[in-house]
Design a protein around this ligand. Structure first.
Ligand SMILES: [Zn+2]
Length: 245
């Protein structure tokens, strides 16, 4: 039986996890937690690269971040739906296989329909995976929480993780997806992620969220679970240090 993980991180397409929450993954691994990654699709409708190249790139990025494993549910790229029973079953079974304390995935509204649908899908199965009589394999398991990461559309974050110490590692993991990124002289079609200034714009986003917590770089997350604080004054103090440390 697969060992349980602390965090199970879902991405609609290979590279979404690295771009949106690679810093969280590296930070948690660094702290000794077990983190597993699950891509929902192989990115087969992506403008650049092939599903095979993207699988190799995803494996390299997962190793670089120190993830315990990376799986692919092979759902249809461009057609992820929270209404689709097969998609619900695939995600429930992944949760049951890996028994995470916390599930991480995209926020439930986004410019990219696959991202939004994945967010809604996770929200939906979070409860269902604990029901014994639901049509899915594996022993019932319910994660305690869901943390949503930011893709295209901004939202007011519930918390921001200081990723300054692992920011270079996050960038290196994103660079593993070289088929998706800018290459001088390439004659492949232009995309947002393949723009020459894409990584610079991405860096600006994480710099901005870092600035909100007075750190060089931060990654924003949303959760509906209230954060327990013993000493709010200390927690919101300028250093932002965790009072439990
Ligand atoms: Zn995506």
């Amino acid at each position: 039986m697969t060992q349980s993980v602390d965090l199970l991180v879902f991405g609609p397409h290979p590279d979404d996890i690295e771009i949106s929450c690679g810093g969280l993954v590296a930070t948690m691994v660094e702290r000794g937690y077990r983190v597993g990654l699950v891509d929902l699709t192989r990115g087969e409708t992506g403008t650049r690269g092939t599903p095979e190249t993207r699988l190799d790139e995803a494996e390299a990025a997962a190793n670089l971040l120190g993830a315990s494993f990376r799986e692919n549910l092979e759902l249809p790229d461009g057609a992820i739906s929270d209404e689709e029973p097969d998609a619900r079953r695939a995600v429930i079974e992944a949760i049951r296989r890996h028994r995470p304390a916390v599930v991480v995935g995209p926020y439930s509204t986004d410019y990219h329909p696959d991202h939004a649908a994945t967010g809604r899908l996770l929200q939906r199965v979070l409860f269902l995976s604990g029901l014994a009589k639901i049509d899915a394999d594996g022993a019932p398991w319910r994660a305690e929480q869901i943390w949503s990461y930011m893709c295209h559309d901004p939202f007011p974050p519930s918390f921001i993780v200081d990723i300054s110490a692992v920011f270079e590692q996050k960038l290196a993991a994103i660079r593993c997806f070289s088929s998706q990124l800018y290459r001088a002289g390439s004659d492949e079609p232009a995309t947002n992620i393949a723009s020459a200034d894409y990584l610079e714009r991405l860096e600006a986003r994480f710099r901005y969220f870092g600035s909100l917590i007075r750190a060089p770089y931060g990654e924003p997350f949303h959760t509906t679970t209230p954060v327990r604080m013993r000493d709010p004054l200390h927690a919101f103090a300028s250093t932002g240090d965790d009072p439990d440390e």
